[in-house]
Design a protein around this ligand. Structure first.
Ligand SMILES: NC(=O)c1ccc[n+]([C@@H]2O[C@H](COP(=O)([O-])OP(=O)(O)OC[C@H]3O[C@@H](n4cnc5c(N)ncnc54)[C@H](O)[C@@H]3O)[C@@H](O)[C@H]2O)c1
Ligand SMILES: [Fe+2]
Length: 291
């Protein structure tokens, strides 16, 4: 039996270890990238998250950083899902403000990308919309270390993980993965910085979904036309991110790195789920907004 206690990094490390213990033919973790054809389940795992963001305690995937190749890759494998998840907000109460904010924005990115991803459907939509509502109500309070806010965020990150684990994400995650690998940008910070930029890019391919997102975040959309409610959804996300202290620019991002970052984001496992295809030029334009 294995008990994984920690944030997404610890739980993901446990997932990789458990899979390799029971499937030793995949001893090089790099051979597990993408949909891995393992035959046996991981060892019996109890996962205890201590951050309010990744939902890795219930998802189908784990993320590994290949330091040599400067890339983060995603392994997707139903055999890695922990047997028991213990989601207790008390385990998250020691998070400092910055970590609470960034992991909470990771959860919001899961919920919004999961709500608008190509494979989203009625059931995942219920979970993602509820998670967006919970995050809108609770993230600011959690950052202020309010116990109700912590509980709301513990629930939200778990609820949306049940959805995105089944339907996938989008290019805010693709771009966040490469920023994490190249500059060591914390995952939640990278997601939070990319999310409003990617929402603006995707808006035209999302039907009326941004109206639901705006309303879930507390915006009164009465009388708004499509352009107005789409802008309102992006503005609400941007405001929440600013309120919890996430920066909007990434000083480390250098011109010379752009070609690698764009190639890497385009090749990421989350990219095909995006509601709108992004070319290398599109990725470059979006990365430039962080400079
Ligand atoms: N498997 C998945 O489904 C999934 C989903 C999203 C992200 N991820 C991955 O998870 C990783 C990010 O995980 P994360 O955002 O949870 O952060 P993390 O696990 O990387 O932890 C960040 C830091 O916070 C510390 N920390 C953790 N809990 C704490 C607490 N309660 N109090 C004080 N400090 C604490 C850790 O020791 C670490 O230094 C990334 O690699 C990301 O790609 C995985
Ligand atoms: Fe994430």
């Amino acid at each position: 039996m294995m008990i994984t206690i920690g944030g997404g990094s610890s739980m993901d490390t446990g997932k990789g270890i458990g899979i390799i213990i029971n499937n030793p033919e995949f001893a090089d973790v790099r051979s597990l990238e993408g949909v891995a054809p393992t035959k046996k389940r991981t060892v019996f795992t109890i996962a205890v998250p201590t951050t309010g963001g990744t939902g890795a305690e219930s998802t189908i995937n784990y993320v590994v950083t290949d330091v040599e190749r400067k890339r983060k890759f995603v392994c997707v494998d139903p055999n890695d899902i922990p047997d028991i998840a213990v989601v207790d907000p008390d385990m998250m109460s020691s998070m400092p403000r910055g970590l609470t904010a960034s992991t909470g924005m990771d959860a919001l990115t899961h919920a919004i990308e999961g709500y608008t991803t190509a494979a989203a459907w009625e059931l995942s939509d219920c979970l993602d919309l509820e998670a967006i509502k919970l995050i809108g109500k609770n993230l600011r309070k959690a950052v202020a270390n309010d116990p109700d806010g912590r509980e709301g965020m513990a629930l939200a990150q778990y609820v949306t993980a049940m959805a995105y684990s089944n339907v996938g994400l989008g290019i805010a995650h693709s771009m966040a993965h490469t920023l994490g690998a190249v500059y060591d940008t914390p995952h939640g910070v990278a997601c939070a910085m990319m999310l409003p930029i990617v929402m603006e890019f995707n808006a035209e391919a999302t039907g009326t979904k941004f109206k639901d997102i705006a309303e879930a975040l507390g915006v009164d959309t009465t009388g708004m036309d499509q352009a107005a409610y789409r802008k309102a959804a992006v503005d609400a996300v941007r405001q929440l991110s600013i309120d919890v202290g996430i920066p909007t620019k990434l000083e480390k991002l250098k011109e010379k790195d752009l070609p690698f970052l764009c190639e890497s984001a385009a090749a990421d496992a989350c990219a095909p789920g995006n509601p709108k295809h992004a070319t290398l030029e599109d990725f470059e334009k979006m990365f430039r907004k962080l400079m």
